[in-house]
Ligand binder design. Structure first.
Ligand code: SF4
Ligand code: MG
Length: 334
């Protein structure tokens, strides 16, 4: 397998600027630790689900990967190239291969441009077609491929439903023939009936274009459906990562267990919901111990003072929790 993306110890801090963003800093402190040491890799053709409650840093990870935010620390290697601090010119070349699909397709579509104009803009910017006829044929191909009509090309975004707009957003993303698609809550704003269609479309395109996918969602059932592997985030960190089967059948981190216990399951008559008492600690402060300690039903004294290392619970399964030591697992160094 080919690793197309490798993220190591990625950190993103936002600092008080004296500007508009300062309302975020009102509560305390001057630094927001949004992403606090995230490590993972992604193979060609693989779908990694990134899951966690809102505010856990999922979107910040994706925007930092796209270099829409400058990383504070760590490294991002994409298609074998270290892009952590690439300048705008070299970034432009690789960015083409990394495209994003957003939660709210409407706000990412220019209301004053037709679908054709929007797609043409992207196609021209990345020099995909050599003349106008080829470009129009390519636009027809893209629209049909995402389940729209070719006659939709000359309509404006307001003529479309939420699901259709998401299809336009997807058409624009695949127009540049990316290797990696980052989809940030792509179905959260859609009706449940429409969600399945968009998920199936993403699956089909992934196979057809040999795409890798980072699929961000707070919805565990959606993540389970689409992902090969799943990373669970809490307070800017990945607390558990493994294959979809490992995460859903043998969740080892108390936070993953609590998240899963809240999802109704058809194969169980009754299950205990693990309540999460307490608030997450402030993301404006650095914590000595485990970030989950204020809400963890299994916390021990050690958890207050020592940050848990990442344990290897299996070849593909990593868990950041002190309990893993009692189970005989060893810290991972990869
Ligand atoms: Fe809970 Fe401690 Fe494990 Fe953190 S390290 S998840 S507080 S048991
Ligand atoms: Mg988000």
């Amino acid at each position: 397998m080919t690793t197309i993306l490798r993220v190591e110890s990625l950190r993103k801090e936002f600092r008080k600027t004296g500007g508009l963003l300062d309302k975020w800093f009102k509560r305390s402190g001057t630094v927001l630790y949004a992403v606090d040491g995230v490590t993972f890799s992604l193979e060609a053709g693989e779908t990694l689900g990134l899951v966690g409650e809102s505010g856990c840093g999922k979107s910040t990870v994706s925007r930092t990967l796209m270099r829409l935010y400058e990383p504070t620390d760590g490294t991002i290697t994409f298609l074998g190239q270290d892009i952590t601090s690439s300048d705008e010119k070299s970034l432009r070349k690789v960015r083409k291969y990394m495209q994003m699909v957003f939660q709210d397709p409407y706000s990412s579509l220019n209301p004053r441009m037709t679908v054709r104009e929007m797609l043409a803009e992207t196609i021209r910017f990345h020099q995909i077609c050599s003349n106008e006829q080829e470009q129009n044929e390519y636009i027809d191909f893209l629209l049909e491929r995402v389940g729209l009509h070719t006659k939709d090309a000359d309509k404006y975004p307001k003529a479309f439903s939420g699901g259709q707009r998401q299809r336009i957003g997807i058409a624009r993303a695949i127009a540049v023939k990316p290797k990696l698609l980052i989809a940030d809550e792509p179905v959260s704003a859609l009706d449940v009936s429409v969600q399945a269609h968009i998920l199936n479309l993403l699956e089909d395109l992934k196979k057809e274009f040999a795409l890798s996918l980072i699929f961000i969602s707070h919805d565990l059932s959606v993540v389970k459906y689409i992902s090969d592997r799943v990373a669970v985030m809490y307070l800017g960190r990945i607390v558990e990562i493994g294959t979809t089967a490992e995460i859903f059948q043998q969740p080892a981190h108390p936070y993953t267990q609590a998240l899963l216990s809240a999802v109704p399951r058809l194969d169980q008559v009754r299950q205990e919901t693990i309540g999460l008492a307490g608030d997450p600690p402030s993301p404006y402060m650095q914590h000595a111990g485990c970030p989950f300690v204020t809400r963890c039903p299994k916390r021990m004294q050690l958890c207050e003072t020592e940050s848990p290392p990442v344990y290897e619970a299996g070849e593909t399964h990593r868990v950041s929790c002190h309990l893993m030591a009692d189970e005989g697992y060893r810290p991972s160094f990869s």
